[in-house]
Design a protein around this ligand. Sequence first.
Ligand code: FAD
Length: 645
Amino acid sequence: MWDARDRELGMDRRITRRDFLNGVAIGIGGLALGSSLTGCTRHGASDSNSNSNAAQDGAGYNPPAASAMRGDHDGSFEAAHGLRDGTFWQTSGAPTHTDATYDLIVVGAGISGLAAAHFFRKQAGANARILILDNHDDFGGHAQRKEFYAGKRLLLSYGAESIESPSLFSPESKGLMADVGIDPQKFYHYYDQNLYSSMKLGSGMFFDRETFGEDRLVAGFGAIPHQEFFAKAPLSDRARKDIVRVYTKKVDYLRGLTMEQKRAMLAKTSYADFLTKIAKCSPEVLPVFQTLSHDLFGVGIDAVSASALYEEGDDYGYGYPGLDAILGAGGDRGNHKPDPYIFHFPDGNASVARLLVRSLIPEAIPGHTMEDVVLAKADYSRLDESQSQARVRLSSTVVRVQHRGDPASAREVEVTYARNGRLYQVRGRRCVLACYNAMAPYLCRELPAKQKEALAYGVRAPLIYSHVAIRNWTSFHKLGVFQIAAPGSYHVYAAIDFPVSIGEYKFPSYPEDPMVVFMVRTPCQPGLSQREQHRVGRVELYDVSFETLERNIRDQLARMLGPGGFDPARDIEGITVGRWAHGYAYTCNPLFDPEFADEELPNVVGRKPFGRIAIANSDAGADAYMDVAIDQAYRAVQELAHYSS
Ligand SMILES: Cc1cc2nc3c(=O)[nH]c(=O)nc-3n(C[C@H](O)[C@H](O)[C@H](O)COP(=O)(O)OP(=O)(O)OC[C@H]3O[C@@H](n4cnc5c(N)ncnc54)[C@H](O)[C@@H]3O)c2cc1C
């Protein structure tokens, strides 16, 4: 049971995190989701035999309100792991055939799968019959909505965070955004870019005692001179001097090399090696920077090349010093992004997923605008009705995708999925795999061996996005920070929410208001290749209990914010952990991967269409961005366009 420190941290307090059943919360905001697990009302007639106990049909079913372990929640991955381990078919019975045939079956209801349905319907017409299957209890994939009630107020939170650099989007991605009603320009009005600076809140760094010898939060990064900032940090004089030097002195450490030579060299040099071997910093500086790359790459600076960091930039503004004077201006998305980081719905890109679902199944999400979608209450019981042309079926893990006959001439694809412990089968004239690439070879045994190998190459990064509802944010206010990099801590970054108010949803802009704190952890193991680090991290992610995560969250917030008056036992009102075992799509890493010719890149070989099956999702574009997921959906749908029936 709880020891004294546990009680001090509030582990024994009732909050909205343990009141759950199989990962589904009960009792939040008057909802009784647990009961909906067995509930069933109006499932479609033609397939109703196959889904008579579907949770999504139950009254009050509302996965965003579930707390505790979300993301890849319990119940979402067991069938897939059985496939991976070769045990699934040993224990499964024969599938129940349904007589339904769809024009398109999409595997995966993430942004890419929903976008594929959108593009297909545009092309094939409103009468096209589309079925979208997903293993999670909610749609959106990584773009997962979270709802908290804190201080009797609804607070929204997110999985995939923001629409990144929309001015760089392809015409197809821009077109999809416009089709569903998103005008990125409006965020300039909805996002208060001055709120935190007007309150003199800035960036801090938390130095933890395990890594740096003592717990100390230093505020004012970027606002006060670096020399002053790092003088307050528990670091040696040598480390301070070196850090201040790389941040402030514009030195071209590779003077004499051409730009091409510099780029080639930095592509093969980790940022850790850049700091110590090229910029000649003491190794003592490394712990300060080690995890700054976690949020964007899922690994530390030992495993990310200096040039990749330069190109990708840093959304939070801590930067990767020392590179600008060498490479100058001109990164792709990164240091020189054309757009500010403000394109954020209160539930992140879940609003994009909800707008896509609204356009496919208007009855499921009432309303008409990008403003009213934020608070629109989704009616999950309308997602999968027999009379609808487009249907979204949740908690359904696809386990086999196979042509009916020779792939070269077959007219249908048979899709088998597991749901509620039973197997079902549906047929489609086309199928888009918008799940992650590594899953595809297990589903589609008939793919050519070379393609399967390519699909299995990339390893998605595992991530933990924790969200903590707190009673108020006076502690942040007192400490003068809205975000904290915590390079040695369990979660390496924590921040109060993005100040965005849309429609009727108002941002909690007074420190006395309840707030959601966002925290990131990306489990990994320095010293291994990026893909190996992701594999090791994934094991940790599945092994760690919610209780351990909760304790770590409470302990870290207490230590970082305690000097500002934060008391975890009193101030924490809810915790939701977004566990993403298959998170960011993998981009080849010049430190570890061979230099593939463009046409031999694993994502390019892997995404080739095969008969009536095409491959979408962000893995197919080898980049973890929403527009990539959309563009790949567009391509996949185009590849199937020549099948007229
Ligand atoms: C924590 C996190 C934060 C992110 N933040 C951002 C951000 O701020 N901005 C941004 O642009 N991008 C962000 N991304 C990247 C994000 O991956 C993409 O933007 C995009 O949402 C990916 O969509 P997708 O459809 O390709 O993949 P996913 O979202 O992974 O969707 C694929 C779906 O298919 C399902 N699936 C897999 N196998 C099966 C099966 N066998 N049967 C049925 N269903 C299956 C998966 O479980 C999943 O639900 C973030 C990613 C993560 C993990």
